[in-house]
Design a protein around this ligand. Structure first.
Ligand SMILES: Cc1ncc(COP(=O)(O)O)c(C=O)c1O
Length: 488
């Protein structure tokens, strides 16, 4: 091995790292839309290395070749920027990670990094597992984490089955998520993190995020937020002090629906009671170069670029779809066959006030259309049909324009009945706690004109005129932290 050979690569890497750092800083000064459009892909990189391609290239290659053994050694010991092998990294994947890190940290003087994964579920696993290792001094001591009971069904299964049942890690559920003292009561010296999904899928629970972040830090543990429904266009938890943000990129970020993807973005130097300095210093990079290298939940480069392409228009899309969703929610809330509409944008929603203090359309004050801050609430709503499960199914089966699918965040309107789909596996009792009755339909309003979605809902709900419904599926009155409880 020639030391001078390695040195040559280390020096070149230093220069390149400095250049990229400067470029990142320059991009960080741009507005949200500019970052979303350009990300970290520079004109210089295009001209010098990518034949001038103005769009980020898809590097469909499993591995990177090296000039000689010196470069290979420096690369594989992570001493120079490298991507090695597409299970670990890849240039196309970096473009997506770079833009998400900037967008999640937008508007704050905070350093962020990001790792993208094969799915939202693998992003959740990537985000939580490094905190769930046994204490080496007391391996028998049971550990726990504190998380909202109202989470996406897949998250519920990962927490309740993969962590709790299979590994004995206790999930302490926060049922009354708006009650900070309930969060506080669940924490002890064996708690590894606080976790919240907000707004939650499907019933739109929301809580005072800042207060929960403060609570986490008071106890020396990180706050992890699943912000899939809000996206960085409406909420950037890291800028409020949260440590890690999870996104199912498959959803609103990757709205075209071409592929499944996830992302974990973290602040540098996060708070944790786990003794792992490398992890705390740069969580996303640690996850990328160590646990995920070994576990392999990587994303395909083509999926990364497809998602990146959708992210370019995130802000205006979320704005338009949020406005359309509010119009649809207002229509539904007046409808004779509707029992309840859950949409945080409705003033009648019990959590409208707290949600309004957090959900702001990014850069509205710099937008000539608005010129001032404006609230937006996203494009997910849910509604409960009078007459129970059978009535809800009858309406659902009559949609002509709205797709029946277990999906959300699409450019096309999509609906599902969570009790028989996304949240089926968790069982009646858990659905009761999470307030997901069988007559609840989740609707994600797409980019169509809202009049056409309302027309579709109108003709579907008309099926209940004169329709006598018999409830064969179990009905329950909402309990726990249900919105019904809050409404009282
Ligand atoms: C809030 C939330 N988080 C995570 C996920 C999981 O994402 P994925 O389907 O990309 O694995 C979903 C999926 O619907 C979700 O709604």
């Amino acid at each position: 091995m020639s030391e001078s050979g390695i040195d040559h690569y280390l020096k070149a890497a230093e220069r390149s790292a400095r250049w990229h750092e400067e470029y990142r800083k320059e991009m960080k000064k741009c507005r949200f839309d500019t970052i979303a459009v350009h990300g970290i892909y520079s004109m210089q990189e295009a001209l010098d290395f990518n034949q001038g391609s103005i769009i980020e290239p898809i590097y469909m290659s499993t591995s990177q070749g090296y000039r000689d053994s010196d470069e290979m050694e420096a690369a594989l010991s992570y001493r120079i920027p490298t991507w090695c092998y597409a299970r670990i990294a890849n240039p196309s994947i970096y473009y997506l990670e770079g833009v998400l890190a900037l967008l999640e940290g937008y508007g704050a003087d905070v350093e962020t990094s990001c790792i993208v994964t094969s799915s939202g579920m693998s992003a959740i696993q990537t985000a939580v597992d490094p905190f769930l290792l046994p204490d080496p001094n007391q391996p028998q001591r049971p550990i726990n984490f504190v998380a909202t009971a109202q989470v996406y069904g897949g998250t519920f299964q990962q927490f309740a089955v993969r962590k709790e049942k299979e590994r004995g890690i206790i999930w302490r559920k926060v049922v009354n998520y708006y009650d900070i003292s309930e969060w506080e009561r669940q924490i002890d010296e064996n708690t590894r993190f606080l976790y919240g999904e907000l707004p939650s899928n499907p019933v739109q629970t929301f809580f005072d995020l800042q207060a929960v972040i403060n609570l986490a830090h008071k106890n020396g543990i990180p706050m992890i937020v699943d912000s899939t429904v809000a996206t960085p266009a409406l909420l950037r938890p890291i800028t409020l002090g949260a440590d890690i943000v999870v996104q199912s990129v498959s959803k609103t970020l990757g709205t075209s629906g071409f592929g499944i993807a996830g992302a974990v973005t973290s602040r540098k130097n996060l708070v944790s009671n786990v003794d792992n300095p490398e992890m705390k210093a740069d969580f996303a990079i640690y996850a990328k170069t160590l646990p995920n290298r070994d576990n392999g939940p990587n994303i395909s480069p083509i999926n990364a670029i497809l998602a990146l392409n959708d992210i370019r228009t995130l802000r205006s899309r979320v704005d338009n779809q949020s406005r359309a969703t509010l119009t649809v929610a207002q229509y539904l809330s007046q409808h004779r066959h509707i029992e309840q509409v859950d949409y945080l944008g409705l003033q009648s929603h019990p959590l409208h006030g707290v949600a309004s203090s957090y959900l702001w359309l990014v850069d509205a004050e710099h937008d000539e259309q608005y010129g001032k801050p404006v609230n937006r609430y996203g494009h997910l709503l849910s509604f409960r049909v009078k007459g129970g499960a059978q009535a809800a199914r009858a309406v659902f089966d009559t949609f002509k324009r709205i797709w029946r699918a277990t999906d959300l965040g699409r450019i096309k309107s999509v609906a599902t009945i969570p009790a028989i789909s996304t949240h089926a596996q968790q069982g009646d009792e858990s659905r009761k706690i999470a307030d997901i009755p069988p007559n609840l339909i989740r609707l994600c309003v797409g980019a169509e004109h809202p009049d056409d979605i309302i027309n579709d809902l109108d003709q579907a709900l008309a099926i209940l005129d004169g329709h006598k419904t018999t409830c064969t599926a179990p009905e329950f009155s909402a309990g726990g932290a249900s919105s019904a409880t809050l409404r009282r």
